[in-house]
Design a protein around this ligand. Structure first.
Ligand code: OOG
Ligand code: NI
Length: 493
């Protein structure tokens, strides 16, 4: 049929993920080396404990990536939001990196929603938007505005293909349904992906002069990274591993310039959220074309490599507990540090983190369930038994009891999003040393700002709605419970 000749949003997303991965391997060969390490480690994890990983996880693991880009204006973001929409990638979560880390940006992540789409291809892009209103110095702000106003990050051909694709998309989409891209032929669809990948390519020259670049950098290195170049180059592409501690030691053993500590929660029997580590940004040669005296050369640090291990999505309650324990960890470290009057070593920091979580965050499936700390997908395991137990309520305690008795099975729902604190850590470890402290707000950046107005601007740019990831996980869990209730013929509403 005519329909079957059309590419679907999922196929397009898979092609985008693999094309970006090929491009980044050419641009940053060290990323290719990371992929080798990951493949070996993941394969040996699966061999070691074949039942620890679900089929869905295994099938998506080797294609799973997240990337990160940074754009300069709401108009650029709006265009990208439309483009990602064609790939079934919706804006999820609001990350205020100004509030959390003193960085002049805020962000959302474009990703597929719905269990099926995620299982087929979970490709996500963390997308930051510059907050130009936070640049206090008028000369620098005007330079940034001028540079952003004169660039076009998406080619005319790409916009033409986007417009054709959009014209034939169903109007209001929740993102949950996989759609056929009726507006593009297969050939056009493939060309569309190529033109989209072009947007994120690295440019080794910039239209600015070295002096302008330095002015922008002094305000904040991120400002220079965002506005000096012709486009929003992808700055890292992160594969997922089943054993991040092993990858971390492999990186160090191979002499890769890795970060000292893994960001996020400690290793656990029931992994939660996400744990990330990275190798530091490369220093790359750039030609500055802007000076009337001719081409100048310099260095730019932007692109790095990151890996991550994903655990279970936490409920708001679990998330609150997590935040409390991270704050406690920081307090314990600070106290230990002031007592020893030297900075703590990596091993000591790890030990404190592990200890605080051991004392404060239950680490077995039933406990996580009883405490309503994490989200689960429930299925019927023993129908007869489940029927006898299902008559009453279905609060966390009774669900946990049913799982413990073997009446239901519960699978943790994977966390698909990002952690502001880890994101901040990732940004900071890749900025020049002068700005590498957590609460440092460079003096040329203003301290006053209106948080909700900023959020509204970003939300408006992505089309009016940023999805709430807690609501998405809750819906996924509720959907599984509705299915269970229907099978058991009980009323759990
Ligand atoms: C994005 C940093 C956030 C993560 O994994 O938390 C991120 C950036 O450096 O542009 O990718
Ligand atoms: Ni990342």
């Amino acid at each position: 049929s005519r329909r079957s000749k059309r590419v679907t949003s999922t196929q397009l997303r898979a092609l985008l993920a693999s094309s970006m991965s090929s491009m980044y391997q050419t641009e940053v060969p060290l990323y290719g080396e990371l992929l080798d390490i990951i493949r070996t480690v993941n394969a040996s994890c699966i061999r070691r404990s074949p039942h620890a990983v679900s089929d869905d996880e295994i099938s998506r693991l080797n294609v799973e990536r997240h990337g990160a880009i940074r754009v300069g204006t709401p108009q650029e973001l709006a265009l990208l939001a439309r483009i990602f929409g064609v790939f079934g990638m919706m804006p999820v979560g609001y990350y205020d990196l100004w509030k959390d880390a003193g960085l002049p940006i805020h962000a959302t992540a474009f990703r597929p929603v719905g269990a099926d789409n995620l299982a087929r291809n979970p490709f996500r892009i963390f997308c930051s938007l510059l907050r130009i209103d936070l640049i206090a110095d008028a000369t620098t702000r005007e330079l940034a505005q001028r540079l952003l106003a004169s660039r076009q990050i998406v080619s005319d051909r790409c916009i033409e293909l986007l417009t054709k694709a959009e014209a034939a998309l169903p109007p209001a989409r929740s993102g949950v349904d996989e759609v056929a891209i009726e507006g593009l032929t297969r050939v056009e669809a493939i060309e569309f992906v190529e033109r989209v990948v072009d947007i994120f390519a690295w440019h080794s020259d910039t239209p600015v002069s070295l002096c302008e670049y330095q002015l922008l950098s002094r305000t904040h290195p991120l400002v220079a990274d965002i506005v000096s170049f012709r486009g929003p180059h992808i700055n890292h592409l992160t594969p997922r591993t089943l054993d991040i501690d092993e990858v971390q030691s492999s990186m160090i053993a191979r002499g890769i310039d890795a970060k000292q500590v893994v960001e996020g929660p400690p290793p656990r029997h029931c992994p939660v959220y996400l744990r990330q580590t990275s190798f530091h940004a490369l220093s790359e040669r750039v030609s500055f074309l802007g000076a009337p005296e001719g081409v100048e050369h310099g260095q730019h640090k932007a692109r790095f490599g990151e890996i991550e291990a994903r655990g279970q999505a936490l409920t708001r309650r679990g998330a609150r507990l997590y935040d409390e324990l991270m704050a406690r960890t920081a307090r314990v470290k600070k106290a230990a540090e002031s007592q020893a009057s030297t900075p703590l070593g990596t091993k000591e920091c790890e030990r404190i983190l592990v200890q605080v979580f051991r004392d404060g965050f239950v680490d077995d499936v039933h406990g996580m369930m009883r405490g309503a700390l994490g989200f689960f997908m429930y299925t019927v395991r023993d129908g007869a038994l489940a029927k006898t137990m299902a008559a009453g309520t279905h609060d966390s305690a009774s669900l946990a009891a049913m799982v413990e008795a073997g009446a239901l099975a519960a699978e943790p729902i994977t966390y698909e999003d990002f952690l502001p604190a880890s994101a901040a850590g990732i940004f900071q470890s890749n900025l020049p040393q002068t700005t590498a402290s957590a609460a440092h707000k460079p003096e040329h950046v203003v301290a006053e700002c209106d948080e909700s107005a900023a959020r509204n601007r970003l939300e408006h740019a992505v089309g009016g709605t940023i999805l709430d990831y807690f609501a998405l996980y809750a819906e996924q869990q509720a959907l599984s419970l509705r299915t269970v209730a229907a099978q058991l013929n009980v009323d759990w509403t």
